[in-house]
Structure formats: structure tokens, C-alpha cells
Design a protein around this ligand. Structure first.
Ligand SMILES: NC(=O)C1=CN([C@@H]2O[C@H](COP(=O)(O)OP(=O)(O)OC[C@H]3O[C@@H](n4cnc5c(N)ncnc54)[C@H](OP(=O)(O)O)[C@@H]3O)[C@@H](O)[C@H]2O)C=CC1
Ligand SMILES: Nc1nc2c(ncn2[C@@H]2O[C@H](COP(=O)(O)O)[C@@H](O)[C@H]2O)c(=O)[nH]1
Ligand SMILES: [K+]
Length: 484
């Protein structure tokens, strides 16, 4: 990446910068390969942040199907992480997991499950075989205590797993149906909407060597770090994140070394060498020390997160674009990669982080307001759908994390909060699924690459030309949804 003009002496946020187009020989945005360069095995440079209100089983499965990876937070007990890993590994790499109920399930219960996934139907199943589907339209005006077999639609598009996405798309269009049910030998394997059919030709799932979807998990720096790391690695995670607010501290370095020993021992006894990610830091010195401690990837960002109050509480942090730029250069110099963590709100921010040299971009709050985040779907007084979210250093998260300690200890720890305990993240009615958000990120970043003349992310980092803008420069780039 180069600056258009001499960069200013002060540090820059994503909003402070823009990219200018280069002469390009790339003729189509579809010719751009967005596989990450960080060695983690994703085909998209997107990581879901280890936040309890955001990253769980459905998020992990959905994002990995499109090529990214989700990190299960450090506060989730190891046996629950193990179950989550099993579920994600058991999910179909192409077809979406159905929401299935028995014929005698009440309409009320079936409708409460509908918001769990984006495809909009519940499948009524008996002995593994689909009998019908129930959508919100089928349930409108129906008594909540009625049973689903009374209201289900039995006009079904049943296809075999070897049907091409194009054929599924055409069949659904011809029959005016919303989802195809993928059935193999009388067993419901998955579902596919027309949008999913298109996506399955545009994205490549992120898979482990056995062809299963990938997933990561996090460990903090307190307690039995090596023990938790061993348990997570044994449960089959594909990437391990060692995470704390101030990653450039001695305790992080000793924890990291302990985790590396566990990882290396398991790898030597026949396991895979799982990449270790450590953070968070915002300086080249921090990067160097974590690489020295054994990190394969360094997580970068102090204070840019949407749930984060660190900068207002402490004055500490660093504008994220400059942090990413400096840390990426330091990591690349040592043959390692970084993840740009936090503060991403628009596709442009993802593009700018990658231009600055990030291997992947970690996103939390933007993905909180989706069907796939962990929380329950709620409606406000006007009927707008939202999910509740909170920061991992908020009093709420600290209370959860310290639940085994005395009431006094917990209350005292809660005073040191550096995050928001409750926020409403609204679902965008146009983009209610994390897959819709990924579509827009991918459309934006593919386009950024072709403006730069890059056919992959390594070229993009090399070719990107970045300028510095005023706040009115940023404002000029915003769309206008109503007249002046
Ligand atoms: N990227 C960011 O800007 C930030 C991210 N977070 C996220 O919140 C989650 C919880 O992290 P964290 O609060 O570190 O909790 P952890 O449970 O990981 O504990 C942090 C440990 O480090 C010690 N510590 C020393 N100095 C600091 C410091 N300046 N800030 C925080 N802890 C310090 C704490 O001791 P003691 O409590 O006794 O001081 C504690 O033992 C993580 O997921 C983290 O990524 C949190 C804040 C900022
Ligand atoms: N200072 C705090 N930082 C937090 C907290 N919870 C999460 N985080 C960080 O934010 C990113 C995600 O950023 P987002 O803008 O995409 O939401 C996450 O990975 C953490 O590094 C918190 O309570 N305090
Ligand atoms: K912030």
C-alpha cells in the first residue's frame, strides 16, 4: 500500500482515508479471489468476533459455509464448545440446516423457532422424512395452540443432493416456492433457497482437511489457560485465539507460550498444527513480542469496537487504520499475519483494513443484528426486530466470567468495566441475515480490488493507493436517501 501524498504525522481511522483507482486489467469483479492470506484456511477474510451475544453455533456454521470463520468466546464452558464444534462439523457444507419440528408441535412453538435461521420456513418431519413446511404466511391468523400438521403446506420441492444449484433455482422459480428440501434416501439433509443456490456458486466453504466446516474458539489469560487450550484443541477447533484487552503484557506472553507448548505436543502426537492467534495490540513492539511468544496471527485493535468504552475510560488505544498498517507491516516482515479487530461498520472498512495489510478482518457488533447471532429475536414497541448485545469487558460479561467467585469479588471486578452492558442491534429489514451482510461486504471488497487492479488480496495490499480526507470528504461519499 502507498499513500497518495505524504501521510500526516497523526494517526488515522478508517473514516479518515480513501482509495484512488489504479489502471486495471481485471475485467470482472468475479475474477477476484478473496481467499485470506493469514494461513487459517478461510476463503473469505472474515472472522466473527468472540463475543457471547454474537458468535455461536448457527453463526459459525453459516459464516464457514461462505468461507469465513467464527470464534466461540472464552466464557463458554469447554464441554459446550465441544458440542458446538461437533454440531458445526456435522453440518452440511453447502445446504443450510433445516429447522425441523414434529407434526404435533404447536404453531406458536414453530413460529418462535422461525427467527433462528434466515430461510423462513420450519420443516415438519416424521421419521426423518419431510411432510410439509410452515412459513409465517401459513401461520397468520391461526390459533397459536393449533398443531403444525393442520396448517403446513405440502407443496414441496424435494430434490436430491446431487441436483445443481442452477436446477434448484429454476425449480423453485417455476413452482413459485421459497425453499427446496434436500432429501437423501428419505432423510432430510438440508434446505436451499434461491438466494442460497446463487451463493453456493459464488462462495467456497471454509473446510478442514476432512471436508468439514471450520470453527475457532478463544481462551483468556486467567485460570487454567493451558488446560482450556488442550480441551479446545482436543474438541477439534481449527484456530485458537488467546485474547485479552491488553495483549502486550507479561501474562499474555506466558499464557501464549503455555498454549503453544500444548499445541505443539498435540501436533507432534499426530494432530494438526492449529494456528494460534493472540492479541490485542496496536504497535509493532506488541506484534514482535507476541510473535516471539509463538503467535501465528496477531489480533490488532484497542478501543475501536462498537461495544468498547476503553478509549473514553482510559484515553488508551489507537486509530484503527494506522494500528493495522503498522502492525501488518511488522507481522509481514516476520512472515506472520494480523487480524484487524473492531470498528468495522461498512464494507469500505473491510476493504481499507485489507489494503493496509490485514490478513482477515474481525467483525462483532455489525453481525449482532442478524438472525444467526446467539441472542433471541426481540421486537420493540414499533415492531422493529432487534437482538440484544453487550461488550466482553462490560459489567455484564465480567459478572458472567467471574461466576465462580464470591459475590464481593464479582461486584469488585464489575467496577472495572470497559464495555457496554446492553445495546439494541436492529436487524436491517433489507439484510436481516449475516449472509446478506457478507454479500454486501464481498460485493464491496471485490469491487475495491478491481479498482486497485488486483485479482487477489496480496496484490490488493501491494497496489492500493490511499489518500487522507477531511470529514467533509467522508461526508461527500455518503449516499443520500432523501432529498436535500
Ligand atoms: N480490543 C479492545 O479494545 C478490547 C477488547 N476487550 C475484550 O474483552 C474481553 C475481556 O478481556 P479482559 O478485560 O482483558 O479480561 P480477561 O478476563 O482476559 O482478564 C484480563 C486480565 O489482565 C489483567 N489486566 C492487567 N491490565 C489490564 C488492563 N489494562 N485491562 C484489562 N485487564 C488487565 C486483569 O487483571 P485485573 O482485572 O486484576 O486488572 C486480568 O487478570 C476480551 O475478549 C477482550 O478482547 C476488552 C477491552 C478492550
Ligand atoms: N473495550 C472493549 N472492547 C470490546 C468489548 N467487547 C468486545 N470488544 C472488542 O471489540 C471487537 C469487535 O468490534 P466491533 O466493532 O466489530 O463490535 C472485539 O473483537 C473485541 O476486541 C468490550 O466490552 N470492551
Ligand atoms: K469504541
Amino acid at each position: 500500500m502507498r499513500f497518495l501524498k505524504t501521510p500526516p504525522a497523526h494517526d488515522l481511522t478508517y473514516s479518515d482515508v480513501f482509495m484512488v483507482p489504479n489502471r486495471s486489467s481485471i475485467t470482472s469483479r468475479l475474477d477476484v479471489d478473496l481467499a485470506s492470506t493469514d494461513g487459517v484456511g478461510t476463503t473469505l477474510p472474515i472472522v466473527v468476533a468472540n463475543m457471547t451475544a454474537i458468535s455461536g453455533r448457527r453463526m459459525a456454521e453459516t459464516v464457514a459455509r461462505r468461507g469465513g470463520v467464527a470464534i466461540i468466546p472464552q466464557d463458554i464452558p469447554p464441554d459446550v464448545v465441544g458440542e458446538t464444534v461437533d454440531k458445526v462439523k456435522g453440518a452440511h457444507p453447502v445446504f443450510d440446516t433445516p429447522i425441523s419440528v414434529t407434526p404435533h408441535t404447536t404453531v406458536g412453538e414453530a413460529m418462535s423457532l422461525l427467527g433462528k435461521r434466515a430461510h423462513g420456513v420450519v420443516v415438519v418431519v416424521e421419521d426423518g422424512r419431510p411432510l410439509g413446511t410452515v412459513s409465517e404466511a401459513d401461520a397468520t391468523g391461526v390459533d397459536r395452540f393449533a398443531q403444525v400438521h393442520e396448517v403446513m403446506s405440502d407443496d414441496l420441492a424435494i430434490v436430491s443432493p446431487d441436483t445443481s444449484p442452477e436446477a434448484i433455482f429454476d425449480a423453485l422459480t417455476a413452482r413459485h416456492l421459497h425453499v427446496a428440501l434436500i432429501v437423501d434416501q428419505d432423510r432430510l439433509l438440508g434446505v436451499m433457497t434461491r438466494r442460497h443456490a446463487i451463493r453456493s456458486t459464488l462462495y467456497r466453504p471454509a473446510l478442514d482437511p476432512d471436508g468439514k466446516l471450520i470453527i475457532g474458539a478463544a481462551v483468556g489469560i486467567n485460570g487454567d489457560v493451558a488446560g482450556r487450550a488442550e480441551s479446545l484443541l482436543s474438541s477439534g477447533v481449527d484456530v485458537l485465539v488467546i485474547d485479552t484487552a491488553h495483549g502486550h503484557q507479561e501474562k499474555m506472553i506466558t499464557s501464549l507460550k503455555a498454549v503453544r507448548e500444548v499445541r505443539d505436543r498435540l501436533a507432534e502426537s499426530g494432530g494438526r498444527r492449529i494456528p494460534l492467534v493472540a492479541g490485542n495490540v496496536v504497535s509493532a513492539e506488541g506484534v514482535a513480542d507476541l510473535i516471539d511468544g509463538g503467535a501465528d496471527v496477531i489480533k490488532v485493535g484497542v478501543g475501536p469496537g462498537a461495544m468498547c468504552t476503553t478509549r473514553m475510560m482510559t484515553g488508551v488505544g489507537r486509530p484503527q487504520f494506522s494500528a493495522v498498517l503498522e502492525c501488518a507491516e511488522a507481522a509481514r516482515g516476520a512472515g506472520r499475519a494480523i487480524w484487524a479487530d473492531g470498528g468495522v461498520r461498512y464494507p469500505r472498512d473491510v476493504a481499507l483494513a485489507l489494503a493496509a495489510g490485514a490478513g482477515s478482518v474481525m467483525i462483532g457488533s455489525w453481525f449482532a443484528g442478524t438472525y444467526e447471532s446467539t441472542g433471541n429475536l426481540l421486537a420493540d414497541a414499533e415492531g422493529r426486530m432487534y437482538k440484544e448485545s453487550y461488550g466482553m469487558a462490560s459489567a455484564r460479561a465480567v459478572k458472567l466470567r467471574t461466576r465462580t467467585q464470591s459475590g464481593f469479588e464479582r461486584a469488585r471486578a464489575g467496577l472495572f468495566e470497559e464495555g457496554i452492558s446492553s445495546s439494541r442491534m436492529y436487524l436491517d429489514p433489507e439484510r436481516p441475515s449475516v449472509e446478506d451482510l457478507i454479500d454486501s461486504i464481498v460485493a464491496g471488497v471485490r469491487s475495491s480490488c478491481t479498482y486497485a487492479g488486483a485479482s487477489n488480496l496480496e496484490e490488493f495490499h501491494r497496489l492500493a493507493t490511499v489518500g487522507v480526507q477531511s470529514s467533509s470528504g467522508y461526508e461527500e461519499g455518503r449516499p443520500l436517501h432523501a432529498s436535500w
